[in-house]
Structure formats: structure tokens, C-alpha cells
Design a protein around this ligand. Sequence first.
Ligand SMILES: Nc1nc2c(c(=O)[nH]1)N[C@H]1C(S)=C(S)[C@@H](COP(=O)(O)O)O[C@H]1N2
Ligand SMILES: [Mo]
Length: 199
Amino acid sequence: MAIISRGFHGRRPFDSAKLPPGQYETTSFPVLSAGPTPRVQRDDWELSVTTETGQRHTWDWSALMALPAESPTVDLHCVTKWSKFDTEWKGVSLDVLLENVETDAEHVLVTSYGGYTTNIPLTDLLDGKAWIVYGYDGGDLTPEHGGPARLLVPHLYLWKSAKWVRGLELRQSDVPGFWEGAGYHNYGDPWREQRYQGD
Ligand SMILES: Nc1nc2c(c(=O)[nH]1)N[C@H]1C(S)=C(S)[C@@H](COP(=O)(O)O)O[C@H]1N2
Ligand SMILES: [Mo]
């Protein structure tokens, strides 16, 4: 008897275990931005981490490049219901960036060039779960997808992965970011389908 693999497209068997509830798989890479794409030159780029005590750590482009890079392959899940499997990135783990940052804060407000913000618990950025990425699919990260560098937090809905990332504010209290303040879920776990407040 033939073994029928549902959803097989010749590429590989469709792995439904990788698809969170309510999502569909796409192979394209849609661009979703709430405003115009900021054009930040690498020479002008800077990432800052500020702590709840006011300590400020900064990295310019060459400082970021000097840090050990990783090449995570991850699945992306957007709240607009598309998921993209096995995307290949290059960047620096937040474990490396935050290694020498002393903090008791539990909350992070991520800020971007262009004004976008999103809030994430600090624990969700640690232990190999998040990166500052500057490479995608073997090349540079394009401006449309957040270049020169963006945050990548693939275990949460993609709106948490701030493009054109500029700063991480470590805070004792939680403040909603751009979409969280507009009614989207504060945490955004795709496996629990936390799309909107109250989900
Ligand atoms: N700075 C910034 N980051 C952002 C956004 C944005 O509008 N501005 N949109 C978010 C949303 S809703 C999604 S789905 C992803 C889209 O990333 P992509 O355009 O690379 O697919 O970026 C997230 N990060
Ligand atoms: Mo999104």
C-alpha cells in the first residue's frame, strides 16, 4: 500500500507539528512594517542596553561584528497567520550581549530606529532564545526586513522581533510596546495562540 503524505509538495514532507494553531505555511517572505523603512547606515548604527539603574552599554557596528556569531535556523510565526519554516539567520546571541550587563530587571522594552517598540520578558531573550541578527539566507539583512540589524525572537509572534533595533531598556515594570498597546497580546506565544489581549 502506498504511503500518502498529505501536503507533500516535492520539497519535503509537510510537518504539521511545526505549525502553531491557526497558522498556514508560506514560502515567501512578506514584509510587514507599521511605517516607512528607516535607512540606517552601518557607520551611524548603534545598539544600546540601558539598565534600571541607568547604566548604559553601547555597541557600534564594528563592536557588534567583533562578537561571536551564531547561525540559527528557525521557524517564523506572524500574527497575520503566515508561518515560514527553516529561515536561516546570522547574528549575535543576546546571551553574549547581556553577559556583562548587571541587572535585576525582569522586563525589556525594545526600541527601534523609526520609533517602533515592543515589550518582552528578559528571560525570553536569554538561554539561546534570541539574537541580534544582521544576516539572512546567506546575505546581508535587507532594510525591508530590518537591516542593518533586527531582533529575532522566534518563539514569540514575529511582531516581537523588532526590525531596525536600536535599544533594549531593562526595566523593573512592564510597559506595552506599539502593538501591545493597540490590543495585541502582551506576551504573544503562537503555540497558545496569544494574538490579542484576552486570548
Ligand atoms: N521596527 C519595526 N519592527 C517590526 C515591525 C515594524 O513595523 N517596525 N513589524 C513587526 C511585525 S508585525 C512583523 S510580522 C515582523 C515582520 O518582519 P518582516 O517584515 O521581516 O517579515 O516585523 C516586526 N517588527
Ligand atoms: Mo506581524
